[in-house]
Each structure stands twice: as C-alpha cells, then as structure tokens.
Design a protein around this ligand. Structure first.
Ligand code: ADE
Ligand code: ZN
Length: 350
C-alpha cells in the first residue's frame, strides 16, 4: 500500500477533485439533466407530463427506489435517435473529465428503449460512439455494461441478450438493475450463466434496499465479479468477512442512498465501516442528474459528512482502479498518476 501523508483538512477537497479515479456505477440514463430532457422532448416531439424544467425538478423528492425509478423511466422516454444517446453520454463525459475521471464503465438499460420501439442498434451505436470519442478527445477510457431490468422476466432478458449479440464487441459486461425487493438475483441464473459462457463481465445490484441474502445469491448463483451498492452487507458479519477476504468490490453510491432514503442522512452512511473492515468499496454517482451531484460532489459531501481522511481518499481512488475492468497496463498507469498526485500535495505542504 502507498504510504499516505495526511494533508491539512482545508486542502482535502482540492485533493479529492484532483486525484485520478474510475467511475464504475453510473446509469447513463441517470445522467439526463432536466434541461436535456426538455430539449430532447422538443427535438423529438415527445410530450412530457411536466410543464417545465422547474416542475420536473420539483418532482425529484424520492421516498424509496421505486419512487425514483418511475420518474427515471419517464425521463428516458425522450431518447429516440442515435444522436440522442450520443449527446446524453457526451454530456456525462464532459463532466467526468472535469472530475478527473480516467475510467468510466457505463450502465445502460436497453429494455427501457427497445420496449418503446427504439432499435438496439440505435442505443448501442450512439453510446459506443461517445465512448470512442471520450477516449480520443478527453482521455477517458470508457466501456459499456448492459443491464437487465429485474422487474421483467428472465425470458425478456434472454431476448434482450439475443438482440445485443450482433454488437457483442461494443459492451464488456452485463448487470442487473431496477426494482430490487421481490426480484432476487436467482431469477436470472440462466441468463447470467449464458453471459459467463460468452466471456462477459458480470455485475449485479444487490443489497441496495434488498437483504444480505441477495448479495449471497448474486455471488454464489450469478457469480458476479462486483456488487453494485451492497451497503446492506453491513448487517451480516459472515458476509462482511467474505467480501473482505475475497476483495469483491462494492460500488457504493452515497448521495443516491441518501436521496432514496436507504440511510436517513449522509452522516449515517456506512461507507467508513465498509472501508475500515477492509472491503474493496468504491465511490460512485449512480444517477447524478437525479441525486444532486456527479462524482466529485459525491466525494466532497461524503468526506465532509463522515469526516474521512487522506488515507480513505487514496484507498477509494485505488480501489476504483483495482475494481475496474480496464487492462492491467492502464491500471498501472493510473495508479502511478494517483501516487504522483498525492506526492504533489504533500510536497506543497513543506
Ligand atoms: N436504475 C437506475 N438507478 C438504479 C438504482 N439505484 N437501483 C436500481 N436500479 C437503478
Ligand atoms: Zn445503480
């Protein structure tokens, strides 16, 4: 482990902003800002059930995951053309570059779009083109992860996989998202087994609102490599011990958890507990347009609320690089850049 010298408290925000980091839990449809929703609705002639940007934003008062998902799927209904998907992802990448994100693994929800008659090619090609341009124009390494909607059937997931296979080289893995409680991971055992045979990376949302049992079955039945959220693992000491021992990454999203009332307040979040127990926890934005902040905002607010240290900052950035699905040479380069950033901050203090 890199020897981290503490920086003075007043310089920690600057260090959090400057350090290179990977974002591993971002639903690209959750980066659609209200202004872009209205602009795309106009461009595509889609009617919205909200009179204005302000009225839409005023509806962002969530009580749980489902109350958010209802609005999130309504927002995504303005996406029709390849250029819409490109524009949405590009707007995210510009913000990610400003946050010193060097690697982004983007979730997308194809069923939300194909169910409205948007072809899979339109979705994947628009997002893929933005990923390519993020690499060449912003220096961000980016890949796509296709998520199955767990409130739909496994049969539907299989049909979605079939439609996506002509674009197999344009996504690196599959995930599982949407309404968690009542839709346990084992519902998708066969489709995940097929994805493993195809050489796809496997991740799943588990233990966001759902019980630790869902995390166990994501690991043992779906055989995922990372758990998205996973904050409910703190309720199960045997699970915590396993996650620490195997260093299974958790992609934790504090502002999301606060806005969806998983924790009553950011001060009550268990990220410090997860880190101090030796888990490979990472910090992410989930749906930044809906939850009040992109990646650096998540870092700044969480560090302030939990009084996290310079060591926690390095560990979170390092965990994000370690947990990413990027090639080993890239991970080595980013780790070197991370350590140089920390050295620069210490040198300036003396
Ligand atoms: N889809 C978008 N954001 C999500 C979240 N936080 N949980 C489950 N599904 C989602
Ligand atoms: Zn999520």
């Amino acid at each position: 482990m890199f020897k981290v010298h503490p920086v003075p408290a007043h310089r920690l925000p600057e260090l959090l902003r400057a350090m290179p980091k990977a974002e591993l839990h971002i639903h690209i449809e959750g980066s659609l800002e209200p202004e872009m929703i209205f602009a795309l609705a106009r461009r595509n002639g889609v009617a919205l059930p909200y009179a204005s940007v302000e009225a839409l934003r005023a509806a962002y008062a969530f009580t749980d995951l489902q109350s958010f998902l209802d609005i999130y799927y309504a927002g995504a209904s303005v996406l029709l053309k390849e250029q819409d998907f490109f524009d949405m992802a590009w707007a995210y990448f510009e913000k990610a570059a400003a946050d010193n994100v060097v690697r982004a693994e983007l979730f997308f929800d194809p069923q939300t779009h194909t169910a409205r008659g948007v072809p899979m090619a339109v979705v994947i090609n628009g997002l893929h083109r933005a990923c390519v341009d993020a690499g060449s124009q912003l220096g961000i390494s980016a890949d796509l992860i296709l998520c199955f909607l767990r409130h739909l059937s496994e049969e539907d997931a299989f049909a979605t996989l079939e439609q996506a296979l002509p674009f197999r080289d344009r996504f690196i893995g599959v995930g599982l998202d949407s309404s968690e409680v009542g839709h346990p991971p084992e519902k998708f055992a066969r489709v995940f087994a097929r994805c493993a045979e195809l050489g796809l990376h496997l991740v799943a949302h588990a233990g966001e609102e759902g019980p630790p049992a869902y995390i166990w079955s994501a690991l043992d039945v779906l055989k995922v490599e990372r758990i998205d959220h996973g904050v409910q693992s703190a309720k199960d000491p045997a699970l915590m011990a396993r996650l620490a021992k195997e260093r299974t990454p958790l992609t934790v999203c504090p502002l999301s958890n606060q806005k969806l009332c998983v924790f009553p307040d950011l001060k009550d979040h268990n990220l410090r507990t997860l880190l101090d127990a030796g888990l490979c926890a990472t910090l992410n934005s989930d749906d930044p347009a809906y939850f009040g902040g992109y990646l650096n905002e998540n870092f700044l607010q969480t560090f302030a609320a939990l009084h996290l240290s310079t060591q926690h900052a390095w560990t979170l950035a390092h965990n994000s690089i370690e947990a990413s699905f990027a090639p080993a040479v890239d991970k080595q380069r980013w780790t070197h850049q991370l350590n140089q950033t920390f050295e620069r901050f210490v040198e300036h203090d003396y």
